[in-house]
Write a protein that binds this ligand. Structure first.
Ligand code: NAP
Ligand code: ZN
Ligand code: ZN
Length: 357
């Protein structure tokens, strides 16, 4: 298969920093679209992956899966895009398209395995996929999203940059909020106010739910209210935690490290669920009594399908929901990963990919 060489930021070993390298993108197939990447968010999954915390990382790796850009070239059978269109790529860039999950728009659970937008075997080219910290991206039009217009920010930053995190953080919380029916009359807990958590507050509020956040960071208690939360609780405050015992309909757990989920299961009403979206590398322990009492459940959710991702982007554009971002140059990417590990980001780093040129 013919390929094209493009610039990217990636690394060859677990210990090396990310640095400028050349990667190969496939030449356009008839249904492929090529975009110039404008912005790419930094998700905690990028950090887990470059450090091989889950096992299974293949090097060299170019992370980045919250990608927005402008279409430059389209394959001869493409109908959904034309050059100049704004477009986006999230986590999924291919799936079998035939299994019951793909037919139901749940490509993230494809029976034959999803091709992720980075560090995944690409069935079409035979190589690996490389992510969004690069000049351009190529994928089939079916997996590329249409990017609605987002208003520019009062800070002068591009709304499009602040919308990039929706491609992973946004869909990862939108899908369970919708599935577990966040809306008027529902008390929804958000656990962890990072990239995912802060977007969850905004989306759950836009859906009409009452939102209570739980954080380990004193500095985020007041900020959570600015983000739209009705109430915010410092999880180390036992008295404050007790007030929510048996009160919540469900809780989205976005925590990236090992933590005690029983403390949160105990805040659920009858039939409530703690929905895990965070992906700590270590197993979590569930006490039998935490779920047996009140017929509660401990469940999980993984991003969302392509149609639902488009629905989420349109929902966020309509409600003017974007992430709170710190826009950085690609040369600052290693420092940004270190700060993300320390929890020193409010609330998402987005890389201005023009700085790669
Ligand atoms: P993030 O920005 O680092 O946010 C994680 C938050 O978790 C932190 O801001 C912190 O919130 C809390 N936290 C961190 N360490 C903690 C600890 N030891 N104990 C308690 N709380 C802690 O990360 P993110 O990008 O939002 O991603 C969160 C997790 O979701 C990651 O594991 C990521 O891989 C995963 N993820 C999953 C999916 C999916 O589809 N399932 C998609 C994307 C990401 P406070 O300061 O408020 O306590
Ligand atoms: Zn499938
Ligand atoms: Zn992600």
């Amino acid at each position: 298969m013919k390929t094209k060489t493009v610039k990217a930021f990636g690394k060859e070993t677990v210990d090396s920093p990310l640095h400028l390298m050349n990667i190969k993108r496939r030449e356009l197939l008839p249904h492929d679209v090529e975009m110039d990447i404008l912005y790419c968010g930094i998700c905690h999954s990028d950090l887990h992956s470059i450090r091989n915390e889950w096992g299974g990382t293949t090097y060299p790796i170019v992370p980045g899966h919250e990608i927005v850009g402008r279409v430059t070239t389209v394959g001869k059978h493409v109908t959904k895009f034309k050059p100049g269109d704004l477009a986006a790529v999230g986590c999924i860039v291919d799936s079998c398209g035939k299994c019951e999950y793909c037919e139901d728009g749940l490509e993230q659970f494809c029976d034959e395995g999803v091709t992720w937008s980075f560090n995944s075997p690409d069935k079409l080219s035979g190589g690996m996929t490389f992510g969004g910290f690069s000049e351009s991206y190529v994928c089939d039009e079916k997996y590329m999203l249409k990017m609605p217009e987002f208003k520019n920010l009062p800070t002068g930053q591009a709304g499009l940059a602040a919308a990039a995190p929706l491609l992973c953080a946004g869909i990862t919380v939108y899908s369970p909020l919708k599935h577990w029916q966040a809306g008027p009359g529902k008390k929804v807990g958000v656990l962890g106010i990072g990239g995912l958590g802060h977007v969850a507050i905004k989306i759950a509020k836009a859906m009409g739910a009452e939102v209570i956040v739980f954080t380990t960071s004193p500095s985020k208690v007041e900020d959570a209210k600015r983000l739209g939360a009705d109430e915010a609780v410092l999880s180390s405050d036992a008295e404050a935690m007790k007030k929510y015992s048996r009160k919540l309909h469900f809780i989205i757990d976005t925590v990236s490290a090992k933590h005690d989920v029983n403390a949160y299961l105990n805040l659920l009403r009858q039939d409530g669920s703690v929905v895990l979206v965070g992906l700590p590398a270590e197993p979590l322990e569930v006490n039998a009594f935490s779920v047996v009492s009140g017929r509660r459940s401990f469940s999980g959710s993984n991003i969302g399908g392509i149609a639902e991702t488009q629905e989420m982007l349109d929902f966020c554009a309509k409600h003017n929901i974007t992430a709170e971002i710190e826009l950085i140059n690609v040369q600052q990417i290693n420092e940004a990963f270190e700060r993300l590990e320390r929890g020193d980001v409010k609330y998402r780093f987005v890389v201005d990919m023009a700085t790669l040129k």
